[in-house]
Design a binder for this molecule. Structure first.
Ligand code: NAD
Length: 358
């Protein structure tokens, strides 16, 4: 198969880690008889420098016309003082909006070889942690009506959490379809003891669950979920939740794995064209030093094979190479732990992973 991929390398370590993922995609494509055409476009701080805006129209059109988008990271201190509408992060929201990406998928897995990197006690993670966190991305309080007004107590500010049945149903289906290919358990997180929007969320999730009798549907209140994630993370398989709860809980779940340089993500909509990116930022402190861990971006490329192209063997091939490299003891500086071996550079780690893709 032939694929056209829009590359948004972005800022800081973005170009280094995207180049690593491109090398891996090319190697896997050659192994399985596919062909990738990669075209770089401007987004983020580099776009501001070149064109004055974070997301040029040419980039939006190219992303819409591509089979998928691979993003490094955007932002950095150079652009921190710009007004909100000109900040590099606006590029991310713009691409999500243009592609209708309402689902964010973040796997949070503790690799046996990296158990020591988790901040949780060994006995808590002994049974393994392998969660897929599914966050609704284009609805809820981040997009609801907001404003300020005068009230009896002076100025008031409000934000509105609003979900439609359609928005809940489509994200719930993504969760059950995902669970079907994994452990067959969906934990739906809400605040139905207080919020009307959560009560609708729960009703719709249970309605959708009837179409998936092979999957268990568990409700959990968000405050309990925050606690359970650190008390017993092994109980979770697929988690589905709203935009704001997902924003907070996906960061919590990623941190229990111990290392930001390892975590991939996919943002998806109704078409096969998704945006794939590591969850970390542009790491300006190590940019240009060839020290970045490329694994999060390489695993994002694996997610592209799985979710956009339905090529599971290719996805597993990349994930297995990463597993094997870690088991063999190869480490970049961020996952070195207490080991006194010399850390690999970004390009060295990429080369080792390429070597393991037989
Ligand atoms: P960050 O994720 O860039 O860095 C946090 C820490 O983790 C730093 O010490 C960094 O060196 C380290 N780190 C991150 N990725 C790494 C990797 N692959 N390998 C090794 N170490 C890694 O977060 P930050 O410092 O808060 O933000 C820096 C910039 O990135 C800011 O401008 C922020 O707005 C932006 N940002 C962008 C995105 C995105 O593009 N999706 C996400 C988060 C932050």
């Amino acid at each position: 198969m032939d694929f056209n991929i829009a590359l948004l390398k972005g800022d800081g370590i973005g170009p280094e880690i995207v180049d690593s993922a491109v090398a891996v995609l090319d190697k896997v494509a050659a192994k399985y008889g596919h062909k990738f055409t990669f075209t770089p476009y401007l987004a983020g701080g580099c776009a501001i420098d070149a064109t004055g805006i974070p997301l040029p129209e040419e980039t939006v059109k190219a992303c819409q016309a591509s089979d998928s988008v691979l993003l490094g990271a955007v932002g950095g201190p150079k652009w921190d003082t710009l007004p909100g509408h000109l900040r590099p992060e606006k590029a991310l929201l713009g691409v999500r909006h243009a592609l209708g990406l309402y689902t964010n998928i973040r796997p949070a897995k503790i690799y046996p070889a990296l158990k020591g990197a988790s901040p949780l006690r060994p006995d808590i993670i002994d049974n393994g942690v392998d969660i897929v966190m599914i966050r609704e991305l284009t609805g809820g309080i981040y997009f609801g009506e907001r404003g300020r007004r005068q009230g009896a107590g002076g100025e008031e500010a409000f934000d509105t959490e609003c979900y439609s049945e359609m928005e809940v149903e489509r994200i719930a289906r993504v969760a059950f379809e995902t669970a079907r290919k994994r452990g067959h358990v969906v934990t739906s997180i809400d605040k139905a003891n207080v919020l009307e929007s959560s009560r609708l969320w729960r009703e719709v999730v249970h309605r959708v669950a009837k179409d998936y009798p092979d999957c268990e549907c568990v409700d959990m209140l968000v405050d309990n979920a925050a606690m359970q994630l650190v008390k017993n993370p092994s109980q979770f398989d697929v988690v589905v939740t709203s935009n704001m709860f997902g924003d907070i809980l996906s960061d919590e779940s990623s941190q229990i794995t111990g290392s930001i340089g390892m975590l991939a993500s996919a943002s998806l909509g109704d078409t096969k064209c998704g945006m794939y990116e590591p969850i970390h930022g542009s790491a300006p402190d190590i940019a240009g030093q060839n020290k970045a861990n490329p694994i999060a971006t390489i695993l994002s490329a694996a997610m592209m094979f799985r979710y956009s192209f339905d090529l599971e063997d290719e996805a597993v091939c990349i994930e297995k190479a990463v597993d094997d490299v870690l088991e063999a003891g190869y480490r970049t500086a961020d996952i070195l732990g207490s080991s006194d071996t010399k850390p690999l550079s970004c390009t060295e780690m990429t080369k080792v992973i390429l070597d393991y893709i037989k």
